[in-house]
Design a protein. Structure first.
Length: 119
């Protein structure tokens, strides 16, 4: 079986429409016998094990498995990385806006203090 047919527990849960704890319980019960552990401790589960455990209907979604299953690990990692970059960019934009507002407030308060000390 090639790497593109293995999913992380989180990906498997999303594909099956269940909670990640459901996937963990199936692992503990021995229903996913071909799972493997990657260096670093993350677990990968083959798609046929999900079907055999009754967690995934292979005929769902028009008879084909979603694109998630057919992508390689590298493609999925790239997509996830792009999503993280987009989220970080949005956070940076938000922080820049907050900083701009804070600088405007500081400028206003400095003027106010200088006007009061001049009076």
């Amino acid at each position: 079986m090639s790497d593109n047919r293995y999913l992380t527990g989180k990906e498997a849960a999303a594909l099956c429409g269940c909670h990640p704890d459901t996937i963990r319980r199936a692992e503990t019960a021995g229903k996913l016998p071909n799972r493997r552990t990657r260096p670093g401790g993350s677990v990968e589960i083959p798609v046929p094990d999900l079907v055999a455990a009754g967690l995934l209907d292979p005929l769902a979604a028009g008879g084909t498995l979603p694109a998630l299953v057919t992508r390689t690990r590298t493609e999925r990692d790239l997509i996830e990385s792009r999503q993280l970059v987009a989220l970080r960019d949005a956070k940076i934009d938000s922080l820049v806006s907050q900083l701009d507002r804070a600088l405007e407030d500081i400028t206003f308060l400095r003027r106010l203090v200088s006007q009061q000390s001049a009076a």
